[in-house]
Design a binder for this molecule. Structure first.
Ligand code: ADP
Ligand code: MG
Length: 334
């Protein structure tokens, strides 16, 4: 992120309906130059609509969209300094990778030799330096996605819009591409506006995240803000897993320790006795469910850091004391 924060994309009071159905209700959003900014939310919450408005594929019913401080209401997509990468990265099958990537530059009348040189640089940036002569069908899904990225970045957009670009890839490849995308964004300094419904992906990649629900933004903040200081029950629940005590007090599962029944909770801790319903060993962590006396079902996550011999051995049916630091339970919105 740059030190002097320069707004590059601004949405002010933007609303959009299709027929009678509200896709976006009054959206305000500022993205700064050089940011990796993520739109996170469940399916149908308005993320793609927001990207399409920024790109110029849709027009807002109300409100203003500014790029670099200029109202772009009357600018068609090709006159905006943004490029979009979609999940279904349609490459031209009969063209080589170089030709695919150079296509946009050629359309803008750049001489062929120069366009191909630029395309080669862009392919090298996505680790496909020696692949320029191949056709898309000779590539894996991950490689095709990288070509789509190169094709967008070769135009040197100020802003790159990415709509669930890794959604079609398997988990391992997705993790590799997440790191790759971060690196590219860092190296090029291009502002990324990235759409995903995957909270892990959002937390691991973004400078800031806007959490969408039903056409509204619930909260904008860093991963830390969203996880530690969620502004609403929706955010608390959508980002990470959560215990909601009394409906509005958030207690994250990893802040809770389990002690043998009858122990005294440490100083400054809140505690409750309960019955272990479930224990699931996951390697690095073990996940538990504890039914407290008042009926609350508590999700607990303990990391398996201590030597095996020193860990509590717990099985379903055991009575345990669940304890957590008093300040780990926070009223939502505070
Ligand atoms: P997301 O990308 O978060 O899944 P979208 O922005 O695609 O959500 O959609 C938001 C809402 O707008 C949804 O209810 C969707 O059905 C509706 N919508 C989006 N595009 C259209 C369209 N072209 N015509 C009618 N309804 C649409
Ligand atoms: Mg979408």
């Amino acid at each position: 992120m740059q030190t002097a924060k320069q707004p590059i994309v601004q949405l002010e009071g933007v609303a959009k309906s299709y027929g009678g159905a509200v896709a976006l209700a009054q959206l305000d959003l500022t993205v700064y130059a050089g940011e990796f900014f993520t739109l996170l939310g469940p399916s149908g919450s308005g993320k793609t609509t927001t990207l399409r408005l920024i790109a110029g594929f849709e027009r807002p019913d109300t409100g203003r969209i500014m790029l670099d401080g200029e109202d772009v209401a009357n600018r068609p997509p090709f006159e905006r300094a943004v490029n979009t990468v979609f999940q279904d990265y349609a490459l031209f099958p009969h063209l080589t990778l170089i030709e695919n990537v150079a296509y946009g530059l050629r359309a803008k009348k750049m001489p062929k030799a120069q366009a191909h040189e630029e395309a080669e640089k862009a392919l090298a940036a996505v680790q496909l330096a020696d692949y320029g002569g191949r056709k898309p069908t000779q590539l894996s899904g991950g490689q095709r996605q990288r070509v789509a990225l190169a094709r967008a970045m070769v135009n040197k957009p100020r802003v790159l819009l990415l709509d669930e670009p890794l959604g079609a890839l398997d988990l391992k490849l997705r993790h590799r591409m997440q790191i790759e995308l971060k690196r590219l964004q860092h190296e090029t300094g291009i502002t990324f506006i990235y759409v995903t419904h995957d909270q892990d992906e959002a937390l691991s990649m973004s400078d800031r995240i806007a959490v969408f629900s039903k056409g509204r933004i619930e909260q904008i903040g860093t991963a830390f803000d969203l996880y530690e200081r969620p502004a609403s029950v929706f955010v608390a629940d959508f980002v990470g897993s959560s215990n909601l005590l009394g409906g509005d007090t958030l207690l994250r599962p990893e802040k809770i320790q389990l002690l043998p029944a009858g122990s005294t909770a440490p100083e400054g801790f809140e505690a409750g006795e309960g019955i272990l319903r479930e224990a699931t060993y996951l390697g690095a962590v073990t996940r538990y469910q504890v039914a407290l006396a008042d009926g609350t079902l508590l999700h607990v996550m303990e990391s398996n850091t201590r030597p095996v011999g020193e860990r509590l051995r717990l099985a379903a049916g055991d009575t345990v004391l669940a304890a957590w630091p008093r300040d780990a339970a926070r009223k939502i919105g505070n």
